[in-house]
Ligand binder design. Structure first.
Ligand code: SF4
Length: 371
């Protein structure tokens, strides 16, 4: 099945494999970002950077990498450091198991490998924290060994080159390997891998890939068929869907906003009063109930303004914004409620859904001014 794709799309010969490598490497030599771990051939430093970069963006990693190198510039220093210090320097990078594995592996490398990162696949992959990707990345970048390091970026590129309509998952890496073996260079494997990584993050992006800037678009099956946006098949996120209503209560050019609790969802952000629709409620009925419960006042007039949708990590919300008048001023808690002008709202952090409503109010105000 897969074989069909590779034959159809790439027809790899020695000549076009060389062409592919040449184009990719030429692009990389001009376009790559200068990153601190790219200025060294020290296997220790390359290893640290590869571990830090797992599930973490380059921009986040840079200061951590620099700080790490100040505290633990080499294997010996790392192996002698107390774990508490290692964790402290790692603090904020998340996935703390990575730091613990670095520390553990440094002890083994000092005791079993004379302080040198082993240069063969079997020894390396048995060390704590070395999966197939990290092992291939360190061997290729530090030692120029011929291993293709498939991370999420490279997996996406390979699937698009092949025009392979599947969901991206590390379970398909074994199937990808054989098809790309003919493309791999005999030398400069580290550069080749880094060029693919860079291409994946700068050009062959998950959404809106910049195919016209791609050095290997001639080889790309997805590009030829206009399928780059649907390969890999996007993950369908199963969102919890919520409907909520918010009250836009205006007095003397200012709007009533309130602060969310300090724990839980969207903690400490500001929002308009309101809340979730209960089963069977219309937005108007839910609004009256919420405002009575939250502010202890009755609404006597409401008017639909806008509806916005926003997807957060855990849920998708549809917000109905209604402008309304209230029968009397509510008793407010000054720590949790404010009357704020539209301009003043820029000083307050809002969830993105509420920010879209603010944008709507700004546009409406601008329209009113022009009339
Ligand atoms: Fe990715 Fe487009 Fe290049 Fe294909 S042509 S590898 S989809 S950037």
């Amino acid at each position: 099945m897969v074989y069909k794709y590779v034959c159809f799309v790439m027809k790899i010969s020695k000549q076009n494999a060389a062409e592919f490598q040449k184009k990719l490497e030429a692009w990389y030599s001009v376009r790559h970002r200068k990153l601190p771990w790219r200025e060294t051939q020290d296997p220790y430093k390359i290893w640290i950077s590869e571990i830090m970069l797992q599930q973490t963006t380059v921009q986040t990693v840079i200061p951590y990498y620099r700080e790490w190198m100040k505290h633990f510039p080499d294997m010996l220093t790392l192996s002698r450091a107390p774990l508490q210090k290692v964790l402290k320097v790692w603090q904020g990078l998340g996935y703390y198991r990575r730091a613990k594995n670095l520390h553990k592996a440094s002890h083994i490398i000092m005791s079993d490998f004379n302080g040198q990162i082993p240069q063969n696949y079997e020894d390396l992959k048995n060390l704590p924290g070395f999966g197939p990707y990290t092992t291939a990345a360190v061997l290729s970048i530090a030692f120029d060994e011929p291993y293709l390091a498939i991370d999420a970026n490279i997996r996406r590129i390979l699937m698009r080159l092949l025009k392979w309509p599947r969901k991206a998952s590390s379970s398909i890496d074994k199937k990808l390997h054989p098809f790309f073996s003919p493309l791999l260079p005999r030398i400069n494997m580290g550069i080749f891998n880094q060029a693919l990584m860079e291409l994946g993050s700068q050009v062959c992006r998950p959404k809106n890939p910049l195919c016209l800037l791609c050095p290997v678009f001639d080889f790309c099956g997805a590009y030829k068929d206009g399928k780059q946006e649907v390969i890999p098949i996007p993950e369908k996120r199963s969102y919890n869907k919520i409907e909520a209503v918010i009250a836009i209560i205006e007095k003397n050019g200012k709007f009533l906003i309130q602060k969310r609790p300090s724990i839980g969802l969207l903690a400490d952000l500001w929002e308009f009063p309101g809340g979730k629709l209960e089963k069977g409620e219309t937005a108007e009925i839910a609004l009256k109930r919420e405002i009575r419960e939250e502010l202890g006042v009755e609404i006597y007039e409401e008017r639909f303004l806008t509806k916005v949708q926003h997807s957060y990590t855990q849920f998708q919300v549809t917000l109905y914004a209604l402008s309304c008048s209230i029968k009397m001023d509510p008793v407010l808690d000054k720590n949790h409620h404010r009357w704020v002008s539209l301009e003043g709202m820029r000083e307050f952090p809002f969830p993105s859904g509420s920010a879209k409503v603010i944008k709507f109010l700004e546009t409406r105000m601008e329209g009113n001014r022009r009339r």
